[in-house]
Design a protein around this ligand. Structure first.
Ligand SMILES: Nc1ncnc2c1ncn2[C@@H]1O[C@H](COP(=O)(O)OP(=O)(O)OP(=O)(O)O)[C@@H](O)[C@H]1O
Ligand SMILES: [Mg+2]
Length: 258
């Protein structure tokens, strides 16, 4: 179990919800979550892929709203698999994953789509749409979720400012550095104000300065109440950050600190 973080006193850099269609809570619309409440729960979770590979074995983990957690471990240890189970890309072979009060074994179709809107995801390789500008890449998520044009406009600038890219709104991804592209992907992940942010090796392609900049943005998002889970190989980054860490080795959680 990860210790709860102190309650946030900072204001979110992103404007609050004002949607055409409100998807703010899957379980009970309008319900507010308290810092320290369990938001992710894995109970006796194992994952065996179709080829027989045992990627995760008997994983038990509770993550509380407001936590910032690093997941470390060698290549192939099961870090990405853990994140995939949290957003329902993969299903556990055994055990139950519960996210924001929803047991994922019971989340299919529309319910799963609604739950995924509670989760922002950042990948190592950014996954930006090449022929769309920075602004369009970020706005696309809101547009797909049914936000009004006015609301999209209202959210875009503060979100780009939060990642330091307000002057790059009209650039295309190929015109940006790797660090800038990763910051676009963070903006895209959080522009819908999800309570949970998952980042799978977000600094894997970046130099130390850009890596630290990305971690600082993730920390800032955490201070305004987003629960952040980051996988990384980079032990130095983990030590510098002083956040909770779980280590996975051969599919098992072997170390939880503090
Ligand atoms: N779709 C899949 N089908 C079969 N085996 C898979 C699949 N995805 C992952 N695996 C296997 O599951 C194990 C865990 O993989 P995973 O991608 O979770 O590791 P990881 O810790 O994220 O590694 P890395 O640090 O290299 O990203 C590995 O042995 C991998 O080969
Ligand atoms: Mg991985």
């Amino acid at each position: 179990m990860i210790e709860p973080m102190p309650a946030s006193t900072e204001r979110s850099p992103i404007p609050p919800f004002n949607r055409a269609a409100d998807h703010s809570s899957v379980t009970s619309p309008g319900r507010t979550r308290s810092i320290g409440e369990v938001i992710i729960h894995l109970e006796q979770v194992s994952k065996v892929y179709d080829n027989g590979c045992r990627a995760l074995i008997d994983v038990n983990l509770q993550i509380r709203h407001g936590d910032f957690l690093f997941v470390t471990g060698p290549s192939g240890s099961g870090k990405s698999t853990l994140l995939k189970l949290l957003y329902g890309e993969e299903r556990p072979s055994q055990g139950e994953v519960t996210v924001n009060g929803v047991p994922l074994s019971q989340a299919h179709g529309n319910r799963l789509s609604m739950l995924r809107r509670q989760i922002g995801i950042v990948f190592q390789d950014y996954k930006l749409i090449p022929r769309r500008t920075v602004a369009e890449n970020v706005a696309f998520v809101l547009w797909a979720q049914g936000f009004t044009r006015k609301e999209i406009h209202r959210r875009l600038q503060p979100t780009l400012r939060m990642v330091g890219l307000q002057d790059k709104a009209n650039c295309f991804p190929e015109e940006l550095s790797g660090g800038e592209q990763q910051r676009v992907s963070i903006a895209r992940a959080v522009v819908g104000t999800p309570p949970i942010l998952l980042a799978d090796e977000p600094t894997g392609n970046l130099d130390p300065d850009n890596s630290w900049q990305v971690i600082k943005i993730l920390r800032k998002l955490n201070t305004v109440g987003i629960t952040v889970i980051v996988t990384t190989h980079d032990e130095h980054l983990v030590r510098m950050s002083n956040h909770a860490v779980v280590q996975i080795r051969d599919g098992r959680l072997v170390r939880i600190q503090p």
